[in-house]
Design a binder for this molecule. Structure first.
Ligand code: AHM
Ligand code: MG
Length: 326
């Protein structure tokens, strides 16, 4: 019987081929542990809600926390203790958190629990992470450290807490999916070197925003429906919508929207926590992502919590979108 490759085996093989990446391999293993803990909490989130609703404490006599707060605090304390990171940036933290490790060579940005509107209603949510090297010539815990483009990431990935929990990540050469076997508590390789299939038939967009779209965006989305006859899927958790697109192709659009009628079209998704890690993996899987003007893998952040339009999927479709805007 052929046993699937475990994450531990995969990481050891990777290390034997890339002895200089020991830290990255070890931090990937730590991130997988964080994923297992959040996965476990996610599975009993309904119970936490019941306890939380009456202001009760849990079995360890701790105050029950909202799942997103729990995930953020867990990531912070676990990543600090790992010793690999000089600083972290979280979607849930206003400022960069200095981890007081002056000799650490890496920084990490993460979205501890993506898909906040889906947390309380039992729909897939996720955790996204992006690891960068500390740049010389500036303080390790400065915001500027995070102003590096997606292609500078040395490790990026996500955990998707869905019908099963999967870990998808890349060290920069190939994207791999591991599925958590809850019975043995180990991630097992389920898809190696994922490549986006050509000719995906799904478009994914929050159609409720149609009135805020530019006329070009409305026209493009109408063409997906009426000319190409594509089918619609939208979870509203970026990790879930990304994972489906990675596996089945198609196009996802969260274009800039003009909600206040000012004529300025603003993106929603965060460059550092959501867009960069996903754009990095998508590029290796043969896909393409754009902010409407150019390749998001090369976009340099200018603000820590910067939000950008995010359109990704099969290259031909996304390039068609981009070409209409240039
Ligand atoms: P969050 O980080 O507060 O959860 O917001 C990001 C989420 C993404 O997961 C998802 O793609 C998007 O927001 C959905 O937005 P909307 O509800 O506007 O469609
Ligand atoms: Mg998010």
């Amino acid at each position: 019987m052929q046993l699937p490759t475990s994450l531990t085996q995969y990481l050891l093989q990777h290390l034997s081929q890339h002895p200089d990446q020991k830290d990255l391999v070890l931090m990937m293993s730590e991130l997988a542990v964080i994923g297992k803990i959040i996965s476990k909490e996610t599975n009993r989130a309904g119970l936490s809600g019941i306890l939380g609703a009456v202001g009760m404490t849990n079995i360890q006599e701790e105050q029950v926390q909202k799942l997103d707060v729990f995930a953020n605090e867990l990531c912070k304390s676990y990543l600090k203790n790992s010793g690999y990171f000089a600083a972290l940036a979280s979607e849930e933290e206003e400022h960069v958190v200095n981890l007081e490790k002056s000799d650490a060579q890496y920084i990490i940005a993460f979205d501890p629990l993506d898909g906040s509107s889906n947390i309380d209603v039992n729909v897939s949510i996720g955790t996204i992470f992006s690891v960068l090297r500390v740049q010389e010539g500036m303080p390790a815990a400065s915001e500027q450290q995070f102003f590096q483009k997606a292609s500078a990431q040395v490790l990026a990935g996500y955990l998707l807490y869905g019908s099963s929990t999967v870990l998808v990540f890349s060290f920069g050469a190939g994207v791999h999916e591991f599925t958590l076997d809850q019975t043995v508590g180990e991630f097992l390789l389920s898809r190696g070197n994922i490549q986006l299939p050509e000719g995906g038939q799904t478009y994914s967009v929050n159609e409720g925003n149609t009135r805020y779209f530019s006329s070009e965006d409305k026209r493009f989305i109408d063409a997906l429906k009426f000319d190409r006859g594509m089918s619609s899927r939208y979870v509203g958790s970026l990790v879930a919508d990304f994972h489906r697109t990675l596996l089945t192709g198609g196009i996802f659009l969260y274009p800039g929207i003009d909600k206040d009628g000012s004529g300025v079209y603003k993106g929603k998704l965060r460059l550092n926590y959501e867009v960069k890690p996903l754009a990095f993996m998508l590029a290796q899987a043969g896909g393409y992502s754009t902010d409407g003007q150019s390749d998001l893998v090369e976009r340099v952040p200018v603000k820590l919590h910067e939000r950008v339009p995010f359109i990704f999927g099969n290259r031909a479709l996304v390039e068609a979108y981009q070409n209409e805007r240039r």
